[in-house]
Write a protein that binds this ligand. Structure first.
Ligand SMILES: Cc1cc2nc3c(=O)[nH]c(=O)nc-3n(C[C@H](O)[C@H](O)[C@H](O)COP(=O)(O)O)c2cc1C
Length: 366
């Protein structure tokens, strides 16, 4: 077999002080394996450590809920709301750091897509609209989503405060940065999306208005954590309950969204699309990572079917991504970076083998 080197994938990088040894990140993946009240378990420490040992220079945690109001999306999802939850994350951070990798915390508010919250029975969203599709059975959901309550100004303040407190807690826990979950149909994406946001205040209407809550969340986190703490945001068109969604304003929307997020202080933009290397919109050739780079002018993490190292290397070589993140490819190969570096064979992702609850993954025993 011919030896491949993948020089770009294995080159170091500094993102706003976040020093990475390679360009390969673990994508955020909800595993609903925390305790019922949102604490990290011993198994989760092992689970994250395994990816660090396998050569991922950056780990992004599963979506972590930031407040005890409406943010929790799933039962057994971890939180970072109180001191004890924060302390429980410290063990993950320290173990990952011992392996020489960096770890950032993904802060996720589920909004109208909440299907399991031990703090509140109902959900909130930008407008009182029942989400498309049905709850995710994989995360213990069943049937249609509930009709969420339209958020008041006070609810908007609560959401922002939750993100800010959670970011402060992440910093206290030793995380190397935070990623605001602005993608996949959760609350910030509900504001960004024309059909879930019918507000007639400053948060609805134009694309600029619809991205305002994400902008304010970034600005307020930045104020709270200081200028030298890495803060990024994840953005997608696709949603967990609407995988084909495209922005109506196409590249013009991309320009407004990415330029505003970067100006709000995002150190990086993490783009996720089903296939990161495919054109973002019909009738044009640019990919969404490419547009994030063009209009955001900050480092871009690209995600979506990049488990083939040739594709991943190509995206970085073309200059459209600085880092690639892997979800399913990483579940199938917890040592994907080491395997690629050694030209070893990669396992193909199979849900029945690789999407097990963390309690059932044998390979994480070290
Ligand atoms: C089990 C599972 C859980 C996920 N949970 C999250 C999450 O908590 N936050 C998030 O932003 N994306 C989440 N995702 C999406 C992944 O981060 C990623 O975008 C998706 O798997 C596509 O990348 P891939 O083709 O490399 O798998 C999840 C994906 C999977 C498979």
């Amino acid at each position: 077999m011919q030896t491949k080197h993948y020089e770009k994938l294995f080159a170091g990088l500094d993102i706003a002080g976040l020093k990475l040894e390679n360009r390969i990140a673990l994508a955020p993946m909800t595993r609903v394996s925390a305790t019922e009240d949102g604490f990290v378990t011993e198994r989760m420490i092992k689970y994250y450590t395994k990816f660090a040992r396998g050569g991922f220079s950056l780990l992004i945690t599963e979506g972590v809920y930031p407040d005890e109001l409406y943010s929790q999306g799933y039962l057994y999802q971890p939180g970072i709301v109180n001191e004890d939850q924060t302390k429980s994350w410290r063990n993950v951070v320290e173990s990952v750091h011992k392996q020489g990798s960096k770890i950032i915390c993904q802060l996720m508010h589920a909004g109208a897509l909440s299907q399991g919250n031990i703090h509140k029975a109902n959900s909130i969203g930008p407008s009182a609209i029942k989400p498309k599709g049905s709850q995710l059975s994989f995360y213990r959901g069943e049937g249609e989503f509930q009709l969420s309550k339209e958020m008041s100004s006070a609810d908007i303040e609560d959401v922002k405060n939750g993100f800010v407190n959670a970011a402060k807690h992440a910093k206290e826990a030793g995380f190397d940065g935070v990623e605001v979950h602005g993608a996949n149909g959760y609350i910030l994406d509900q504001f960004l999306t024309d059909y879930t946001n019918k507000r007639d205040d400053n948060y609805g209407g134009s694309t600029e208005n619809r991205v305002r809550l994400s902008v304010e969340v970034l600005q307020e986190i930045r104020k709270a954590v200081g200028g030298d703490y890495p803060v990024g945001i994840r953005i997608s068109q696709a949603k967990v309950n609407d995988s084909d969604h495209k922005w109506a304003g196409k590249e013009k929307d991309a320009e407004v969204i990415f330029s505003h997020l970067a100006r709000a202080g995002a150190d990086f933009i993490h783009i996720t699309e089903p296939k990161a290397f495919e054109p973002a919109f019909a009738g044009s050739s640019a990919t969404l990572p490419e547009l994030a780079k063009k209009y955001g002018k900050v480092p871009v993490i690209a995600n979506g079917a990049l488990h083939d190292p040739e594709k991943a290397e190509e995206l970085i070589t073309e200059g459209y991504a600085d880092v690639i993140s892997l979800g399913k490819g990483a579940l199938a190969n917890q040592d994907w970076p080491s395997k690629v570096r050694n030209n070893a064979e990669l396992a193909e992702f199979k849900a029945e083998n690789h999407l097990l609850p963390i309690a059932d993954i044998k390979e994480i025993e070290i």
